[in-house]
Ligand binder design. Sequence first.
Ligand code: KG4
Ligand code: ZN
Length: 364
Amino acid sequence: MTKTLTFLGIESSCDDTAAAIVRAGPAGTSILASVVAGQTALHAAFGGVVPEIAARAHAEKLDLCVEEAMDRAGVRFADLDGIAVTAGPGLIGGVMAGVMCAKGIAAGAGLPLVGVNHLAGHALTPRLTDDLAFPYLMLLVSGGHCQFLIAHGPEDFTRLGGTIDDAPGEAFDKTAKLLGLPQPGGPAVEAEAALGDAARFAFPRPLLDRAGCDMSFSGLKTALLRARDAAIADHGGLPRATRSDLCAGFQAAVRDVLAEKSRRALTEYLALAPAHPVFAVAGGVAANQAIRTALETVAARAGARFIAPPLALCTDNAAMIAWAGIERFRLGQSDGMDLSARPRWPLDQSAPALLGSGKKGAKA
Ligand code: KG4
Ligand code: ZN
């Protein structure tokens, strides 16, 4: 019988400082508390996450987040079975702040320390929320990530492909900026797209002519910039209807690329003949209704169940880190005080290294 484990999770790899308590055992898995302190306001003036500002803010907020998570969960250090912490990939100053905080608690309370790959945290979330069996196909699609993974086990992932430049969320954010819409750009562009005609601007569908599951989104942004400037030159400004049409055209292009590459990823995954095929998505971009509907359709056509964990667990949080720590610990693994913070840490060591590094840091 599996022993009940209660873990504290700590996350600080980008612009969210987070702590959570997760308990897993024969009676099921529950998130006793999940605290996320975002830093959006601190970076707003800079058009991206400033690593130094992020690291300092994490160092200031980590203890408070841990304290709040433990208070809310009603647990003391003596009730914990281990500490899980994001040890990479991410902005190195923030990851170091989290790792040092976790080491301090682990040493002080005499608890096991488990270093977690941030991407594994995202990729294992459907097991936390839906108790999924391996293998399943996962699409991580956010402001910092974009990759297809087959999850075979808690530490065993095959990367089928991913973006070679921007992540789609980043492209949505840049599009919003180019069109004078607020940040984060995704929701603003989606709302505007709902009013527009997706057929008016023929934006490219990058890399669809290339086999495999790699994607590219930076050229789309350039195409949008050109179309915007041409419209401004024609009209002496950007008419509202044109802005909506640009948003609709851009969103349709991202949707089509993600749908077609998902179809290909599903074909590769289904070749493994999984007993219960599942296509799971995580990340802020999965909140986009047009994209989500397209992905659901692709999954249904392939005969796979579609799963999207609740948004609060799809975006950066520490419950996924606590859970991934529990998964590793159950495999008999933990780390010593020599655990180090890693800026790059691909989940699939055999996949070719990724190019590019966006506003949210390395996408390893
Ligand atoms: O998962 P998330 O919080 O990860 C990162 O921290 O990267 O995702 C945030 C990203 C932002 O780039 C945001 O613009 C995008 O997800 N996003 C959306 C939508 N809601 C959020 N993109 C498209 N449509 C949306 N409705
Ligand atoms: Zn993330």
